[in-house]
Structure formats: structure tokens, C-alpha cells
Design a protein around this ligand. Structure first.
Ligand code: THU
Ligand code: ZN
Length: 287
């Protein structure tokens, strides 16, 4: 158990690095606390849960994804649940989605292990089943070590739809912007995972405290997909920022021309959070 002071200072440090702890810091923490990385992840779960924003349930969920990345310790990506008070409950971002999306957005190679404050719901088990190494994914809960395969036997996944790609094993697509957009937004869209709808898309939120991008992550069962706006909002929360609490300069949604499917839901979510919002909608083509 880490002291409250220690948890608070780690929270500040992780917030400043936008929700991650890279290998060198993980190594130093493991050494100074005499823990292996899995024990460190369990000890840090209360820090992950501090990033949660659950105005409806008041139920704080934290998750931490580990990419061992051929290192002795590995990189840690934090995640937490995010609820929208005046929108359909189904728009919530689950902590597991948030952590995996954080790893994906930061260019992690894979997720080997995910630690979660509570057992993952069926929807998250399905979301995690889209990962490249779903058959080897380890899940650590406060009182139990298990695997995704144990939690989700007889699964339905990308292969059932004839899709040989998966999250962390998909080729980036080449996109041609019709209007000017930032490199980071174009890159996020080209790395998005949209094998089912073909709408390779991303959102960029430009704020007084910096810019946040999120890419679309689809799922074979469709419903557990993470929209590009949910992804960008979740990334903001991991920096301790909420869209309705800071000055927003611009919000851009980039979608594939002819495949657009995000505009209506993005507008609805933004309208429920912001008094006045202009959503810049940009279309791109596949090349
Ligand atoms: N929640 C998660 O974040 N992960 C799970 O797998 C279980 C449920 C969140 C969603 C919602 O914000 C709250 O917990 C109540 O369901
Ligand atoms: Zn869940």
C-alpha cells in the first residue's frame, strides 16, 4: 500500500505526462518500492481511478495497461471511466477502453497485461477481444489474476467477420486531405482502426492547455466501438482536463468522404457538454 501523499504525488506526475509512465520511470519506481511491475500496477490502481469522471454512477473505475515492449519493466498507460450526464448511457467510456485507447494513441506496440479495479464487464471483454494478442492477454484484478480467454470463452471476434486485422496489428491507411488539417490529426486518422465501416476518422480538440487527438477504434460486435470523440475526450481527462472546464479554441472531426458516420453523435455529445460549440468537419480521401 502506498501512502496517500505518495498516491497524490504520483497522480500529479502521471497527469502531467498525460496518463502514462514510461519504462525508465516504471523501473525506478519498482526499484525504490521493491515491487515487480504487476505489484506496482495494482498499487497504482487508485491513481488510475482518480482520473474517472462518473457524474451518473459515482462509481470510479481505474485501469492500467502494460506494454512490456521488450523491456524488463515496460510502459504503463492509465485509463478511467468517463460518463456524460445528459447523454445516452451507452456513450460512456469504460476504464478498460480508456487505458487501451491511451496505449494505442501513444504508439504502444501491444498490451500484455491490464490491471483493473473491478472485474471487466461483458462489453469490455468484447472490446479487449479485438486486440491482436487477445489469446494471450492477462487480466489482473485486486484479488485475482486471470486471462481474457478465461473471462471470455467461446468468443466472437474479428475472424468471425473475415477480418484478419486487429487492434495493434493493422496497417495505417494513406489519406489525402481535401482541406488543410494538422499532421497529428491526419496521422491519428490514418492509424485509426475502422475495418468494418471503413470510416478512418479522428478528432482533434485544441485547448488553451494544448491539443488532444483521438482515433476511432471499431469492434467486431460494433457496439463496444470507441468513437474518435470519446477517444479524444478520454485523452483529455488523462491530462486532468475536462472539455467543459477549459477554453476550447477549435474542435475538428476528420472522416472519410462517403463513409461519414460520426457527425451526429459528435454534435450531440458536444452540445450536451458545451454551451456553444462549433465543430469543424473535414473530409479526406483514401489514396
Ligand atoms: N465501468 C467500467 O469503466 N468498466 C467496467 O467494465 C465496468 C463498468 C464503468 C462504466 C460506468 O461509468 C460505471 O462503471 C457504472 O457501470
Ligand atoms: Zn466495461
Amino acid at each position: 500500500m502506498l501512502s496517500q501523499d505518495m498516491l497524490q504525488s504520483l497522480y500529479e506526475r502521471i497527469k502531467a505526462s498525460r496518463g502514462k509512465l514510461l519504462n525508465s520511470e516504471v523501473k525506478q519506481l519498482c526499484k525504490s518500492l521493491g515491487m515487480d511491475v504487476e505489484a506496482l500496477m495494482l498499487a497504482l490502481l487508485p491513481v488510475a481511478a482518480k482520473f474517472a469522471k462518473p457524474p451518473i454512477s459515482n462509481f470510479y473505475v481505474g485501469a492500467i495497461a502494460l506494454d512490456r515492449n521488450l523491456e524488463e519493466f515496460g510502459d504503463l498507460y492509465f485509463g478511467a471511466n468517463l460518463e456524460f450526464a445528459h447523454e445516452a448511457l451507452s456513450l460512456v467510456v469504460h476504464a478498460e477502453q480508456s487505458a487501451i485507447n491511451n496505449a494505442w494513441s501513444n504508439g504502444a506496440a501491444k498490451v500484455d497485461l491490464i490491471a483493473i479495479t473491478d472485474a471487466p464487464c461483458g462489453y469490455c471483454r468484447q472490446f479487449m477481444n479485438e486486440l491482436h494478442n487477445a489469446d494471450e492477454l492477462n487480466v489482473t484484478l485486486p484479488h485475482k489474476k486471470t486471462t481474457l480467454r478465461h473471462l471470455l470463452p467461446e468468443d466472437f471476434g474479428p475472424n468471425d467477420l473475415g477480418n484478419s486485422q486487429s487492434v495493434f496489428n493493422s496497417e495505417p491507411v494513406r489519406l489525402q486531405a481535401i482541406e488543410h488539417v494538422s499532421d497529428s490529426l491526419l496521422k491519428a486518422a490514418s492509424r485509426s482502426y475502422a475495418p468494418y465501416s471503413g470510416n478512418y476518422s479522428a478528432v482533434e480538440i485544441e485547448t488553451e492547455h494544448g491539443n488532444f487527438v483521438g482515433s476511432y477504434i471499431e469492434n467486431a460486435a460494433y457496439s463496444p466501438s470507441l468513437s474518435p470523440l470519446q477517444s479524444a475526450l478520454s485523452q483529455m481527462e488523462l491530462a486532468g482536463l475536462s472539455i467543459d472546464e477549459c477554453r476550447i479554441h477549435k474542435i475538428t472531426l476528420l472522416e472519410i468522404e462517403g463513409k461519414e458516420n460520426q457527425l451526429d453523435v459528435a454534435k450531440a455529445v458536444l452540445n450536451s457538454l458545451l454551451y456553444e460549440v462549433e465543430l469543424n468537419h473535414v473530409k479526406v480521401r483514401l489514396v
